[in-house]
Design a protein around this ligand. Sequence first.
Ligand code: BMA
Length: 846
Amino acid sequence: MRNLICIVLVFLISCSTEEKPLIEKVFLNDGWEFHQLNPDQPTWYPAIIPGTIHTDLLKNGLINNPFYGCNEKELQWIGETDWTYRKTFQMDNEFISRPNMLLIFEGLDTYAEVFLNGQKILSANNMFRKWEVDCKSFLIEGENLLEINFESAENRFIRDSLALGYPLPGGKWVFARKAAYHFGWDWGPKLVTAGIWKPVYLETWNDHRPVEIQLFTGEITRKKAEINTEIFVNSAISEKATLTVTKTTTGKRLARKEIFLSPDLRKYVLDFSIHDPILWWTNGLGEPHLYELDFELKTGSGFTWSRHIAYGIRKVEVVNENDEYGQSLYVKLNGVPVFMKGANYIPQHSFVTEVSDDDYRKVIQTAVESNMNMLRVWGGGIYEKDIFYEHCSRNGILVWQDFMFACAMYPGDADYIENVKQEAVRQIRRLRNHTSLAMWCGNNEADEGWHNWQWQKTHNILSNDSATIWQGYRNIFHKLLPETVAANDPGRFYLHTSPMHGWGRAESLTHGSAHYWGVWWGREPFEKYLDKIPRFMSEFGFQAMPALATIRQFQAEEDDFLFSDALKCHQKHPTGYPTIDVYLEREHLNPKSLDEYIYFSQLVQAKGIGMAIEAQRRAMPYCMGSLYWQLNDCWPVTSWSGTDVNGNRKALQYKVKENYQDILVSILMHNDTSSIYLVSDRLEATEGKLQLMVFDFHGSKIWSYERGINIAANSSSQVVSFSMKSLLGGNEATKCFLKATFSDGNDTYQSIQFFRNYGQLVLPEPELKFEVVQLEDEFEIELKATEFVPFVHLYLTEGNAIFNKNFIHLMPGEKYRVTCQCKLNPDEFRKQLRVKGLGDYLAGTN
Ligand code: BMA
């Protein structure tokens, strides 16, 4: 296709004395086309950039939806095929005579040979790097042709493995600097993408090209915070310039400095202070205050450059030192140890170019509403877009950032190391100004795999090769990455791996970060979580099915049975459903229909993970972090996530919200004794009232206790305990529950504990009524029941929805209001809404 592309000009720089911009970006995202490399009769199809080969094939109607049914299996050929993309564009004489001209690829996935007017200008091999090519001598006046050939990452794996000559544990991602989850994961499909996944543009400049700016917070006192700024500029000429920084909100200038720009220098500094600084705090502890700052560079000849930065003043220290128990790992924010409450985050889609800005807003909103203060960007995905970190900064969420290495050992040759170095430099420098960035971590479970997963045996690794592989590991994770962090992001904490010890080893509970998978992978009972308390739990999890609306995304209603082929294809753990079944049986739950399986698996997931979070929070300050596996999904699937790919929240998400509140009321039932704990993350003591009540399922109070309490700041303590006998006083354990509340006069925190497993409860058959009212931009559902109804579940049969509360315990006669955001009209909403309690579901299974 010889299209005349639409050239978008972005005037980065404006110039008061000349008409032409001094730095200009000409985007080349439009008018691309693609086909398979080297077919007999090529047919070119239009492509959308940024995108991937899968999205292009799908949008041209050439393949079926990869997420539907078991389609994934039939689409494996795409990842095994080489592809080519091309576009043409016009250049006039004025443009090509400009002095400095770069062709910039923000991201190429992954093995790409780039040709401009028939000449090879770039060989790319890392999706996490930005590629800049000086293209002045290749551009011509008139029509230019840009072509990119993508080699299949799967085929490349075969070539690279043969060349290496010894096996590397892990999967097909070990050589490719490409998102590992594209090769399939235990929650994600194997869809090995290729393509231009980030913008492409030409950038021209004349005299100066500012490339980046970095801010460091120096000393912070009550009176002022010192900020040091480094600005990096490439210059072709020497001249005087002025650097200024202004507060956007007030227009107040904070600093001004005369500098001399010169081709021999690159780095310029500007130091300034902010008086009476308002510190940045995490969600729940205070305001995540950001200073909106405008930096400007102006030269005598009229060159102007500006950059806006939202910057939080805070001190984050990650304390990882030997202590009386082993080795601590905790975050100190502005001098205060803060318990990290959060989850592991994975890419939001198998094709990351499909994730919209609004999706980023929503996923962080889920974290905020769930009272989290940390997310871990897991190492098998991607370094996220800036917007992700911006939302985290604005919402008080700290980021634990893995480098993109997971569950494998990697080659250690010089080319590979250099490639990783360039990637690390690029990503560190891109992310280091984000206030949310707390720490870097070398990899996910590579050290653990090497020492605990018998890789040497299962991969037949000879001892010589074993030494080489381990040396390669050390070179990357103990040398290259920490050194690159120290050089480019001085002061930020680097952890070489997570977990620091495998979950079978004693040190995992005494030293640093731990991933506890005895529950789920080891099928241990949830009660194990009570004993397995590490210093910082960075992974633990349990699976549940997604919402019915999400299942409907991959199968038709007539396939709603256990277990349809599509349900099997949308479970990626080798023993996923049987493992869930083990835990359902322990809970005396026996789902017979899909509807019941969704509900029961979600209840059990919430119960188990809730128990773990409570145990970890109760154990503070010994344990100072709880990041469950996993916040979100990349496609519709049964997985460990609390929120499915369409934003529907599982029971877990509501449980997490309760368990991550700044005050936790926790009931520990053990050996026929119920102990009540109060945990507070608040920075000051809290005066309030603790109330304990035992109710039967008709709502009659059969026992109560009340006491005033002063909870110390940032503390956990056991307040009181009672034997079950005294709580029940002769009533049947299957027909009662314990409710504990703590009220500080403004807020009330509560916890409910049953005395028996969910399946053993003897529930009455109440009348459960609900009414729907349409509000301005959401629906309100009013619920009422004649008897106690535990775990009332609201859901839609087809539509995706966010309920502000769900899995609610309804007391008899009490009116309860829930709001729901969804895109349905009122009639459709009423038609699709289902409201069911635990008793309704149990009745179906008897
Ligand atoms: C953890 C993660 C992932 C995996 C999850 C569930 O260890 O790092 O590799 O998806 O377990 O098995």
